[in-house]
Design a protein around this ligand. Structure first.
Ligand SMILES: N[C@@H](CCC(=O)N[C@@H](CS)C(=O)NCC(=O)O)C(=O)O
Length: 194
């Protein structure tokens, strides 16, 4: 299995999830501007979408989209998912919020033209973090154990740190808690992030 990634991109969430699962996998860096991978493949031949993450499974199938890949990991490694009657739905609910509302708002910072659009994106992200902070009752989103949704939220919080976006204290503490997990350190070191 191989994860195509770009350092510090959203694919870091999937990288961490695979590392936390303890599964054997390879990673290959993609140059997002040229769409050429570290071994010289045309990334568009792997996924026509041309963006990371892309997970090439052992049978050759390629899975894309953070929600799908993280859900795939949680389905195979239930310790990284949410148990109970509504468990999977709650996990998808959290992954979707992080993807569409939080990650989506960062596009306004990465790609927006005007300062006004960037300021608006910062305000939106801050509001969404505040919303998530209200629900934080324990060390992780769903309690005492980390799930794949925590790894996605963690990457969003790393971006917030980089862009100096105001972040509620409970999420700052969460970011440091996740950063100190062994698997997270391994994944970040593999991407050359310190
Ligand atoms: N809908 C995709 C979006 C993934 C995405 O935004 N990937 C970014 C990095 S965080 C990327 O590869 N951008 C490069 C590009 O679109 O050319 C998902 O949720 O997985």
């Amino acid at each position: 299995m191989k994860l195509f990634y770009y350092p510090m991109a959203c694919s870091l969430a999937d990288h961490i999830a695979l590392q936390e699962a303890g599964i054997e996998f390879e990673v290959e860096r993609v140059d997002l501007s040229t769409k050429i991978t570290a071994t010289g493949q045309n990334f568009k031949d792997i996924t026509a979408k041309g963006y990371v993450p892309a997970l090439e499974l052992d049978d050759g199938e390629v899975l894309t989209e953070n929600i799908a890949i993280l859900d795939w990991v949680a389905s195979r490694f239930p310790q990284l998912g949410v148990s109970g009657n509504l468990g999977r739905s709650r996990l998808l609910e959290a992954l979707t919020y992080i993807s569409t509302e939080v990650h989506g708002s960062f596009r306004g910072i990465f790609h927006a033209g005007s300062d006004q659009e960037k300021t608006q994106a910062r305000v939106e992200i801050q509001k969404r973090f505040e919303f998530m902070a209200q629900d934080f009752k324990s060390d992780y989103l769903f309690g005492d154990a980390a799930t794949v949704a925590d790894f996605y939220l963690f990457v969003m919080l790393l971006w917030a740190e980089r862009f100096k976006i105001g972040t509620p204290q409970v999420l700052v503490a969460f970011r440091e808690r996740v950063r100190n997990r062994e698997a997270v350190k391994v994944a970040m070191a593999a991407e050359g992030i310190h």
